[in-house]
Structure formats: C-alpha cells, structure tokens
Design a protein around this ligand. Structure first.
Ligand code: ZN
Length: 246
C-alpha cells in the first residue's frame, strides 16, 4: 500500500492543493491526515471540503481543530493563534463545525501496522521535540511505524538496538528504507504552515510493500494564501510568516 501522510494544513487551501496535485501522479492508496485542518489560514471551509473529498482517508484531530470545535479552551494558545481560532469559529459553516466536533482522538491504529497521532501517542497535545520525548513516545507504540505532526518540522526518529536517534530532514526529496526490527516515529512536516525556514508545503509517502519512506516539499502559491489572509481580520503576521517558513 502507498500512504500519503500529511499534517497541519491550517486552513491553507493553496498549499493543500499543491500537495494533492503533486501526489496525484504517485498512485496513492490511502491518505493519513495527522490533524489541524484549520486555524491560522483563511480557507477553513474549502480545506475541510477538499479533505473530505478524499477516498480512503484516516485522520485524527489536532489541537486547533479541537479548540475551534469548542472542545478545548483557547487559554493555552498564544494571542495570534487564539485570534486565528476565534476567526475560524465564525468563518466555518455549521456542517464543517459539526464535522470538527466528531473527529477522532489520537492515537489511531491503521491496518495493524501504522499508528497515527497529532502530538504524541500518549497525549494528543504534546510536542515531540527531541530524543527524550521520542523515547517516551516509543513506549506507547506497538506498531513498527508511527506518524505524528503538531511541531511542523519534518523529522525522523529511529529506535534500534535499545537506542533512539533523531534526524531533522533538510534536503528534499529525502528517501529512506525502513529496516525490519527497527521502529520509526516520523513527522512529515506541515502542509500549510512550515516552520523549518523552508516555506514549501511538506508531505511524505510511505510504501508498505517495499518499506520505503520519502519526504517531499512542493512549491505553492504563497502570494495567494497571504492575500486571502490579509483580506480578513486575521492577524497580518499569519500572512508574513508563510513566506519565511516560520
Ligand atoms: Zn499545527
């Protein structure tokens, strides 16, 4: 099976469309979405509609999805993120707001071999930043592969021979072959708001038949995403950060 793994779209339709177009030629069997459809960007309804149109989709909710749905308070969010959540609540139509309330909580097991979660397998809101966190996360994963999002950084952790090693992915495309006996914790990066100083939209493809995993980056119409944000009451900083990839 070929899985398209993507995360953190955050209402950025142009970035999502670029990823889906790029992946179209790559024969995808299943889509695995790791949470945060909305928050920050100007196209939350269009993003939800586009993701819902995907067949063979598995997904979990993100912390922004949860806050917009009213399932979590916005107190833990910084003022700019909180403003994005308040704006999105008003912008979403009833059907999509209702859809967000019903999203699954992390973690989810897919085809008995893959775990997906938003933050960490032990806490959907936790940020895995570094090997110390990864060691803890591996304690909660019973599949050889786990995908996570939330940090907006493409990252790969390998647990092998009692050791855990992390690699920040900086060159794209980047391909590795997953070894039998090793376990993997993988972040594909963010579609709609990359924070690794590379503004291109991020995603990954995992092929379970040959055990290959490939990280991709794709250009998208950043100017259009920014223009849409600036035409709303969303904080202008949310537009600026897109071209910087921060
Ligand atoms: Zn996010």
């Amino acid at each position: 099976m070929r899985y398209l793994v993507f995360s953190d779209i955050h209402g950025n339709l142009e970035a999502l469309e670029a990823v889906l177009n790029d992946a179209q030629k790559k024969k995808i069997d299943y889509y695995l979405f790791l949470g945060d459809l909305v928050g920050y960007g100007a196209s939350p309804n269009e993003v939800i509609q586009e993701v819902l149109s995907l067949h063979r989709l598995f997904m979990v909710r993100g912390n922004h999805d949860k806050a917009v749905a009213g399932l979590d308070s916005i107190q833990t969010f910084n003022p700019i993120a909180a403003a994005g959540i308040e704006w999105t609540k008003k912008a979403l139509n009833k059907k999509h707001l209702h859809f967000l309330t019903g999203l699954a909580k992390s973690p989810l097991t897919i085809h008995k071999t893959i775990t997906i979660c938003h933050g960490a397998p032990f806490d959907e809101d936790y940020y895995i930043f570094g090997e110390f966190d990864a060691v803890e996360a591996f304690n909660y994963i019973s599949t050889p592969v786990c995908f996570f999002g939330h940090t907006h950084f493409p990252f790969l952790y390998v647990a092998k021979d009692e050791a855990v090693e992390g690699t920040f992915i900086e060159q794209f495309p980047f391909e590795i072959r997953l070894e039998k006996g090793a376990r993997y914790l993988i972040n594909p990066g963010s579609v709609g708001q990359p924070r690794d100083r590379n503004p291109q939209a991020a995603y990954a493809i995992y092929d379970s038949r040959n055990n290959r995993l490939k990280f991709y980056r794709v250009e998208y119409d950043i100017a259009e995403s920014k223009r849409k944000i600036l035409a709303t009451d969303l904080p202008p900083a949310l537009a600026e950060r897109l071209s910087l990839g921060i």
